[in-house]
Design a protein around this ligand. Structure first.
Ligand code: GLA
Length: 379
């Protein structure tokens, strides 16, 4: 928090009125299930986007971000993408959505700093959206929902910003995780009923992230293509979403689908079953069983959904050889990014050293594993 305050003071020559922080997330189990109205388990982690801000008397927004050389300025009444500062689109998108819901957003100055590695699949963009929504709420108080869950409404606004302003048809997972995180707990989300529960995740377990070093680029066609494939498979199976389809139904109506649609549907339907079983394993403290589901999930990504990469596969193979590791899989959208590893707490250092050395040898890439703590949601 201190350094974002300093960044704000240095750039704007005054003190910030508010500072918020929104955590990144890791998907534990349940890959691409969110937009199929499925089940996911995730955690918010102790890596954050910090945003320090103060209101302005005009309608301008001035942004500065430590990770980007270019500052950005715009008027709240004129929200346009700027190819020279694409990171600011996430902020503009949220302002746009708030305005569409009747919120009066005035001008403000904001400094942004982050500890979430970018492109690792840890949702730095969702954290920036959530930080923006909370910043605007602190400066120009608004309420989105009279009865419903305010946090869920915030998540939907942030998702709509990404869908409409940035153009990625992401689900709700990243935004929900950043808002609903709870220290030492896994978040269990059912995207059909939109219910969120928390299960303790403590004991001889630690979360280690291994970044493959291969850039993950969600603002590309692959994600939207996979989503379209899932939607057309659901339609041909007579369902609105793949969540409604059982393994037996999928197999008995396989001939209705193209091979690619079948592969995608197989992954999603299998992921939903694995999450349902994973919830039981985790609640029983059975990390070994939970870890098996993680390995299975990765194999399904690699062989069916095809959103893995050679480097992610190497990382999971190495982890599989380590007796310290309960389970490992790619986390998030895929096509690069990182793996999440569930590791015996006391063996984290040895595991990390093993991963680095083996990855260097097999992929020729230097990689330092990141040990993450499960954190509270945005505030
Ligand atoms: C990205 C998206 C999420 C989710 C995951 C895959 O992180 O933003 O909505 O679909 O990929 O599970």
């Amino acid at each position: 928090m201190d350094s974002v305050t300093t960044l704000f003071e240095t750039h704007f020559n005054r003190k910030p009125a508010h500072t918020v922080r929104a955590p990144g997330r890791l998907e534990l189990l349940g890959n691409h299930t969110d937009y199929n109205e499925g089940l996911v388990m995730a955690v918010a982690v102790d890596r954050y986007i910090y945003m320090a801000s103060s209101p302005r008397s005009d309608d301008k927004v001035h942004l500065v971000a430590s990770s980007f050389a270019e500052a950005e300025e715009f008027e709240v009444t004129k929200l346009e993408t700027n190819p020279n500062a694409p990171w600011a689109d996430y902020v503009k998108g949220v302002i746009d959505q708030l305005q569409k819901r009747g919120v009066r957003v005035g001008g403000f100055d904001a400094a942004i700093e982050g500890t979430i590695p970018m492109g690792a699949g840890m949702s730095s963009s969702a954290a920036l959206e959530v930080a923006t929504a909370l910043t605007v709420r602190a400066l120009y108080p608004y309420r989105l929902s009279r009865q419903g869950d305010e946090k869920l409404e915030l998540a939907k606004i942030c998702q709509a910003a990404e869908n409409q302003f940035v153009g990625v048809k992401c689900g709700l997972l990243d935004q929900v995780s950043s808002l609903f995180g709870q220290a030492d707990h896994a978040i269990e989300i059912d995207f059909q009923t939109l219910t969120v529960e928390h299960a303790p995740m403590v004991g001889d377990v630690a979360i280690v992230v291994c970044n493959s070093g291969v850039k993950h680029e969600l603002v590309g066609g692959e994600y939207n293509e996979l989503r379209a494939m899932c939607e057309s498979a659901a339609k041909k199976l007579g369902a609105k979403f793949l969540r409604e389809v059982s393994e037996q139904e999928l197999e008995s109506h396989r001939s209705r689908l193209t091979e690619r649609e079948y592969q995608c549907a197989h992954h999603i339907v299998g992921e939903n079953s694995r999450v349902a079983a994973g919830v039981i394993a985790l609640r029983a403290g059975d990390f070994a069983q939970f870890g098996k589901y993680m390995f299975q999930s990765h194999s399904s990504s690699r062989d069916f959904f095809k959103n893995s990469t050679r480097e992610l596969d190497i990382l999971v193979d190495i982890a599989h050889e380590s007796p310290a590791c309960y389970g490992a899989r790619l986390t998030g959208g895929g096509f690069g990014g990182a793996t999440i590893n569930l590791v015996k707490r006391r063996e984290v250092d040895a595991f990390s050293a093993f991963m680095s050395a083996q990855y260097r040898e097999r992929a020729g890439i230097e990689m330092t594993p990141l040990v993450c703590k499960i954190a509270d949601g945005a505030s």
